[in-house]
Design a binder for this molecule. Structure first.
Ligand code: KIV
Length: 297
């Protein structure tokens, strides 16, 4: 039986919690303490992540769809994600904050990748950046950014920015050859110095095999229970969306339904003159009102 959110919210919020650091994340892996990561895109979602005591927050390029309304992550610009990242930074104190390099912000050259990774750190106060893919150019970019002093999180398996090239939004690594490609990508990113790697939408058993070879914390999303931690998209886990989402999503609330119900109730109150009530208004002294009326006359 799963725990209802209201039963754990207060327990998780710890005002004296220390900021999560790279050594702490490595220690969590070593001790087998599950690492909790969520995405966030604005001040309220960051405050929720902070109060819930999560370990890592990702300003994911999934924000392209969840909050900016794009059909995929391809079109979103770095400048747009930086606005979101700055708002998230203002709402966070303790979780380790990762900014997602947008499609087109790191593919051209190592120099471009360093320049844009620096923006996440200098302008938005991120602790690290994430980039997708483990082919030669992504590995080169990761190495270059790490060389510039910025921690990098890798991302293998389903990499949504290049979903078209992968044949669509589908699980990866489902044949021996495909699993070997995921393994090669993950190992190359680890060799390049990534502090952590996301495994997205790969078979649980492939992830479990890979865990014996990966020494840095691995955060899974649709990669089964063997990874060091789990990440879900904020809007997926809280049901702030239409439709159910991917197979790996577990929904802990249905906030979209609650939002619609709330706005509909407001609309109904306005249309039936039940809002505003006297208690929602401001009073004026009788004499002041009378003087005001005289002036209008
Ligand atoms: O953008 C995102 O939300 C992500 C996570 C799914 C890892 O990359």
């Amino acid at each position: 039986m799963s725990t209802h959110p209201s039963q754990i919210a207060v327990v998780a919020a710890a005002p004296d919690r220390l900021p999560v650091t790279l050594p702490r994340l490595a220690e969590m892996k070593r001790l087998g303490e599950p690492i909790v990561m969520v995405t966030a895109y604005d001040f309220p979602s960051a405050r929720a992540a902070e109060s819930a005591g999560v370990d890592m927050v990702l300003v994911g390029d999934s924000g392209a769809m969840t909050v900016l309304g794009y059909p995929s992550t391809v079109a979103v610009e770095l400048d747009e994600l930086l606005v979101l990242a700055k708002a998230v930074r203002r709402g966070l104190r303790t979780p380790f904050l990762v900014g997602d390099m947008t499609f087109g912000s790191y593919e051209i050259s190592d120099e471009q990748a360093i320049r844009n990774a620096l923006r996440f750190v200098k302008e938005a106060g991120c602790d690290a950046v994430k980039l997708e893919g483990g082919g030669p150019s992504s590995v080169s970019r990761a190495r270059a950014i790490i060389g510039a002093g910025i921690p990098v999180m890798g991302h293998v398996g389903l990499t949504p920015q290049t979903a078209t090239a992968l044949g669509g939004y589908r699980a990866q690594g489902r044949s021996a050859d495909a699993a070997a490609r995921v393994a090669a990508a993950a190992l190359a990113l680890q060799d390049a110095g990534c502090f952590s790697i996301v495994f997205e939408a790969i078979p649980s058993e492939v992830a479990a095999e890979l865990m014996t070879r990966i020494e840095v914390p691995v955060i899974g999303i649709g990669a089964g229970p063997a990874t060091d931690g789990q990440v879900l998209v904020f809007h997926d886990l809280l049901g702030i969306r239409e439709g159910l989402g991917a197979r790996f999503v577990k929904r802990y609330a249905s906030l979209q339904d609650e939002m619609v119900a709330g706005v509909a109730a407001f609309a109904d109150d306005v249309r039936t003159h039940r809002y505003p009530e006297p208690r929602h208004g401001y009073a004026i002294d009788r004499e002041q009102l009378s003087a005001f009326r005289d002036r209008l006359a």
